[in-house]
Design a protein around this ligand. Structure first.
Ligand code: AMP
Ligand code: GLY
Length: 427
C-alpha cells in the first residue's frame, strides 16, 4: 500500500517509524514531515490547513491510505473532503471531531449519554458566567474551559471567587483565548491521578491500544505552566484489566454508540483523558487523535502489525476486540527550547543525536527540528522526544535520560522526573 501520514511532530515520526517497518507498506509519504521522518519516508511540504492541497497530494501520489496525526486538519474537515474524493483516510469527520474541538459539545454529549464527567454548566454570555461562578455551585476550586481548540492552554483552575471572576473576564471580556473562549464550560474540579487510554474505532466498535500518563506541566514535580506534554510513560500502572473493562463499558461503548446514534459515527483514534476519582473514572477530555508524547511510548508496545488495524478501522471492518501488547515499559522525555511553552527559540545547532541513538534501548523522535546548511537545528518549542525502553520502569528511565544527556543545544530544557510517578505507584 502507498501510505500517507499527515503531521510534523514526534508523534508522526513514531507513527511513520512504525509503518515504515511493516510488510504491507510499499511507499510511505509524510506531509509535511520533519528531518527525522525524512530519513525513513519521503516528505512533501504543505500547509496542514490547506485541505485542497492535501487531497491533491493524495491523488497525485496515488495514496491508498492516509493517517492523520494532529487535530487541526480533522476539525477543519480533512476526513470529510477525503471521503468525498474517494480517498481512504483514518480520522473522524469535522462533526465527530467536535468531541475535541468543542468542549461544550463534548460535555453536552456526555450528559446525553450518561458518560461520567465533572458536573458542568455551559455559558455563552459574560453575565451568565459571572452569575454561575458567584453562586459557588461547583465549589472551589472551579475549572473554566474555553470551548474551542486552544492548544492545551484554554483551561483556568480558579481557587476562589475573585480569581474565577477575573478568569471569566479574561476569557469572555478580553478574549484571551480568542474565539475559542466565546463560550465557556464551567465545571467542578476533580481530584485524583490522571491517566489516558487510547482506542481506535471503526464507527461501531473500539479496539484498546494501551494506556499512558502524560506530564503536562513545564517543570519538575508538576510545577509551571501547562504544555502540550513534556514526557510520558506507558503503560500506566494504574490501569489494570478491571479498570480498562470499566472504562470500555462506562465510557467508550456509550461514546461510540452515542455518536453513531446521533448520525456522526466516530472513526479514528479516540484518546480518553481520565481522572481516577474516589467515585470512579471520570472524563477530563477527549482527543480525536493520538497524543503527543504518548504515541511515542504506546505504539512500540503494540505487538502486531499496525497498518491492517488502521485500515480495518477506516473501512468500518474492525473485527478484533483486543490486540497484543508487549510487556516492556517505555518512558519518553521531551527536549524543549528555551522559553517553551510561552515562546520558543529556533535555529540552535543540535549535537549528540547519533550518540544518543547508540545507547541500547533508546529511540529519538524529531519534532521541532530543521536542516540548515546540512546541519540539524532547532525549529520550535518541543524539539525531540527521547524514548527509553526496558523491562522495568527504572531501566526505561535510566535509558531515556542516558539518551537525553548525550544531546545538547543552546537553551535545551527538559524535566528530570519523567516516569518517577510510575515508580512511586509500584507496591
Ligand atoms: P484539558 O485541556 O481539558 O485536558 O485540561 C487541561 C488540564 O487541566 C488537564 O490535564 C487537567 O490536569 C486539568 N483539568 C481539566 N479539567 C479539570 C477538572 N474538571 N478538574 C481538575 N483538573 C482539570
Ligand atoms: N499530550 C497531550 C495531548 O496530546 O493532547
Amino acid at each position: 500500500m502507498r501510505v500517507l501520514v499527515l503531521g510534523s511532530g514526534a508523534r508522526e515520526h513514531a507513527l511513520a517509524a512504525r509503518l515504515a517497518a511493516e510488510r504491507d507498506v510499499g511507499e510511505l509519504i509524510c506531509v509535511p514531515g520533519n528531518p527525522g521522518i525524512a530519513r525513513i519516508a519521503r516528505t512533501i511540504p504543505a500547509d496542514l490547513t490547506d485541505l485542497d492541497a492535501l487531497v491533491e497530494i493524495a491523488d497525485r501520489e496515488q495514496i491508498d491510505f492516509t493517517v492523520v496525526g494532529p487535530e487541526l486538519p480533522l476539525s477543519l474537515g480533512v476526513a470529510d473532503l477525503f471521503a468525498v474524493r474517494g480517498q481512504l483516510l483514518l480520522g473522524p469527520t469535522a462533526s465527530a471531531a467536535r468531541l475535541e474541538s468543542s468542549k461544550a459539545f463534548a460535555k453536552a454529549f456526555m450528559a446525553r449519554h450518561g458518560v461520567p464527567t465533572a458536573r458542568f454548566h455551559i455559558s455563552d454570555a459574560l453575565d451568565d458566567a459571572l452569575a454561575v461562578v458567584r453562586s459557588s455551585e461547583f465549589g472551589w476550586p472551579v475549572v473554566l474551559k474555553a470551548d474551542g481548540l486552544a492548544a492545551g492552554k484554554g483551561v483556568i483552575i480558579a481557587d476562589d471567587r475573585a480569581s474565577a471572576e477575573s478568569g471569566v473576564a479574561a476569557a469572555m471580556g478580553e478574549r484571551r483565548f480568542g474565539a475559542a473562549g466565546e463560550r465557556l464550560v464551567i465545571e467542578e474540579c476533580l481530584t485524583g491521578p490522571e491517566v489516558s487510554l487510547f482506542f481506535v474505532s471503526d464507527g461501531m466498535r473500539a479496539l484498546p491500544l494501551g494506556s499512558a500518563q502524560d506530564h503536562k506541566r513545564a517543570f519538575d514535580n508538576d510545577c509551571g505552566p501547562n504544555t502540550g506534554g513534556m514526557g510520558a510513560f506507558a503503560p500506566s500502572p494504574l490501569v489494570d484489566a478491571a479498570l480498562q473493562t470499566r472504562v470500555v463499558h462506562e465510557i467508550v461503548e456509550p461514546v461510540i454508540a452515542g455518536m453513531a446514534a446521533e448520525g456522526q459515527p466516530f472513526q479514528g483514534f479516540l484518546y480518553v483523558g481520565l481522572m481516577l476519582t474516589a467515585t470512579g473514572p471520570k472524563v477530563i477530555e477527549f482527543n480525536v487523535r493520538l497524543g503527543d508524547p504518548e504515541t511515542q511510548v504506546i505504539l512500540p508496545l503494540v505487538d502486531e502489525p499496525l497498518l491492517p488495524i488502521l485500515v480495518a478501522a477506516a473501512t468500518g471492518d474492525l473485527r478484533q476486540s483486543m490486540c497484543r501488547l508487549g510487556r516492556d515499559r517505555l518512558v519518553g522525555v521531551v527536549l524543549a527550547s528555551r522559553g517553551y511553552p510561552e515562546a520558543s527559540e529556533s535555529g540552535r545547532a543540535i549535537t549528540g543525536l547519533d550518540e544518543a541513538e547508540r545507547v541500547p534501548g533508546v529511540t529519538v523522535y524529531h519534532a521541532g527540528t530543521a536542516r540548515r546548511d546540512g546541519r540539524l537545528v532547532t525549529a520550535g518549542g518541543r524539539v525531540l522526544t527521547v524514548v527509553g525502553r526496558g523491562a522495568e520502569f527504572s531501566e526505561a528511565i535510566t535509558r531515556a535520560y542516558a539518551g537525553a544527556t548525550r544531546i545538547s543545544f543552546d537553551g535545551m530544557q527538559y524535566r528530570k522526573d519523567i516516569g518517577r510517578k510510575a515508580l512511586a505507584y509500584k507496591s
